[in-house]
Design a protein around this ligand. Structure first.
Ligand code: CS2
Length: 470
């Protein structure tokens, strides 16, 4: 491995954005767009990254001046980029006061977030703030927060007290109406701390919704060696990603202050809803379906799933028979073309995106990815055996043992409750009773089809069950 450590080569840019949740996805998506927007149109939009929990990212990036390499993996070739838009990284657990001060800096006009679905501390089935969440209980009682909503509220409180304008809160997580969700949790928390603060935030802050898309598998140890060999310099935290990218952003920022994203291919729109539905249901909905059914069929990655003719036909049938008929396309988009493009992206053999990684946090993902489509189809009396099988596969997966009895490491904030329900005498009934996942009005309609799908999986196995619905 080369001995030289990657270093910053471009001058530092003053910080205009604080980003909460500096994971691989944002570094391979938003940070690259923002770098391009500054190169094209200027502006002091340097990014200060914040890791909410772990010091790892800071420890990896600090010796590299915040910079890192992004390796684009196309079916026909690779492109390496040096990303330098992140200026430095703070660790919230270590020094929450420093993070609040950074967010209260008058030069900061945007706080963006990729904190994953569970980071919003809401009930996925309703979008409401979960007041029993331990981090929210903590943040109501202490001025130095631990949760993302807590940081947003306490930083906005500092700005309010100092007579500054609020920042725009730009969520980049895979949630439907993500702008509305983050606005809702922030206002709810703020109102319980100081009603006048909540009124000010409601009147003056902005929460543009966004739809984000790029497939970015978690970086593996062998990737680090490969990128170092390509670059001739050691990067402790490279990101690997597919060529495709899309970002649709509601153009609603405090004082119109934002990087010139429109100049670098970001779609700036008045309403992102139809794009979000399309992406969450067509991409993430099939990703999760392939994750559970693919894992139970013994496949390690999405590309492996697509090389299996049964899963390939299954996912195409999900799109054409169950998901597309239940969607309203954004203006000018043909959903059949969107599905064909997804199919090619999934099949990209250079992207090793593990089914296990996508299967993570299913309790937070199923409502917006799959249950919304099921609801629309039930109302239209349209059968959806494939998506029922996907939900049933999740019900098997969260037992913590696959269909052969081998152990699965289930990662989910509700893992203990899921396992207890999934291993009870009535797994389907007990899981359907979890109101954080299944809304009360939907659950009874899912009962019979899910029992049938669950039984088919256990009796016939994942592949035979999928074949039976094709
Ligand atoms: C994936 C997403 O891990 C997951 O749940 O479905 O991260 C997916 O790769 C991205 O949303 C693609 O834009």
């Amino acid at each position: 491995m080369p001995a030289d450590r990657l270093t910053r080569t471009a001058p530092a840019v003053p910080v205009g954005i604080v980003h909460l949740g500096l994971g691989a996805f944002f570094r391979a998506h938003g940070a690259i767009y923002i770098q391009e927007a500054m190169a094209r149109s200027g502006g002091d939009w340097g990014i200060l990254g914040v890791s909410l929990q772990s010091p790892t990212m800071r420890d990896q990036l600090a010796p590299q001046g915040g910079t890192y390499l992004a390796l684009e993996l196309g079916p026909e070739g690779e492109t390496l980029r040096h990303v330098q838009s992140v200026q430095s990284v703070l660790v919230a657990r270590e020094n929450p006061a420093a993070v609040l001060e950074a967010m209260a800096d008058p030069a900061v006009r945007i706080v963006s977030l990729t904190v994953t679905e569970k980071g919003y501390c809401h009930a996925p089935s309703t979008g409401d703030l979960n007041l029993d969440h331990p981090d929210i209980v903590h943040d109501l009682a202490h001025p130095l927060p631990v949760s993302a909503p807590g940081f947003l509220v306490r930083a906005l409180a500092l700005r309010h007290a100092r007579g500054l304008a609020p920042f725009s809160v730009m969520t980049c997580d895979n949630l439907p109406n993500n702008g509305r969700v983050v606005r809702g949790v922030v206002l709810d928390l703020a109102r319980r701390i100081d009603p006048a603060l909540a009124d000010w935030i409601a009147a003056k802050a902005r929460f543009p919704a966004t739809m984000v898309d790029r497939i970015v598998p978690a970086t593996k140890p062998e990737d680090i060696a490969r990128v170092a060999a390509l670059a001739g310099a050691m990067d402790a935290a490279p990101v690997l990603h597919e060529p495709f990218r899309q970002w649709v952003v509601e153009d609603d920022f405090v004082g119109d202050q934002r990087p010139d994203l429109g100049a670098v291919g970001v779609q700036m729109v008045a309403d992102v809803t139809e794009y979000e539905h399309m992406k969450l249901r067509m991409l993430n909905g099939t990703h999760s379906s392939l994750a559970y059914l693919g894992y139970l069929s013994g496949h390690e990655t999405i590309a492996d799933c697509m090389a299996d003719p049964v899963l390939d036909r299954f996912v195409q049938s999900l799109w054409s028979r169950e998901i597309i008929p239940a969607l309203t396309p954004p203006a000018g988009v043909r959903l059949q073309d969107y599905a064909a493009a997804l199919h090619a992206r999934y099949a990209n053999p250079a992207i090793r995106h593990r089914t296990w990684q996508i299967a993570m946090d299913g309790s937070q993902k199923l409502p917006q990815r799959i249950l919304g489509t099921l609801r629309t189809n039930l109302a239209a009396h349209r059968p959806c055996p494939g998506l029922m099988l996907a939900v049933a596969a999740w019900m098997v997966y969260v037992r913590g043992t696959d269909l052969t009895g081998a152990a699965i490491e289930v990662k989910d904030p509700m893992a203990a409750d899921l396992r207890a329900a999934a291993t009870s005498a009535d797994p389907v009934g007990a899981l359907l009773a979890l109101r954080a996942v299944f809304p009360a009005d939907l659950a009874p309609h899912l009962d019979a089809p899910l029992r049938a799908a669950h039984a088919a999986l256990i009796q016939a196995g994942a592949k035979a069950a999928m074949e039976s619905v094709l």
